[in-house]
Design a protein around this ligand. Structure first.
Ligand SMILES: [Zn+2]
Length: 98
């Protein structure tokens, strides 16, 4: 499904569709712990964290997830549109109406 289909099907929402809580969007980043192979041919204990940058994946959930609400979105169940608005199409899927 392409980007425009998401826009057409989803709904712009500002808070959790179930409990009204704040929606938390998590951008996943990739970090590595890098160590060198030393002069003796062994992996050195000394290591350095490297930020490998965003991996282009976002997840979202209700602030009350794990407590009283089970609302959450996987990467392909919502998007952030050009105006930084949250477009939900998991809970607001209107394809049944057609
Ligand atoms: Zn909620």
């Amino acid at each position: 499904m392409n980007y425009m289909d998401y826009i057409d099907r989803g709904s712009k929402i500002k808070s959790c569709p179930k409990c009204g809580g704040t929606i938390i969007v998590s951008r996943l980043y990739m970090y590595s712990l890098n160590s060198c192979i030393g002069k003796r041919g062994k992996l050195l204990k000394k290591a350095k964290y490297c930020d490998d940058g965003p991996i282009d994946t976002m997840l979202a959930s209700c602030e009350n997830y794990y407590m009283k609400c089970d609302v959450h979105w996987n990467a392909d169940e919502f998007i952030i549109d050009d105006e930084s608005c949250f477009i939900d199409y998991k809970y607001s899927d209107r394809s049944d109406d057609i």
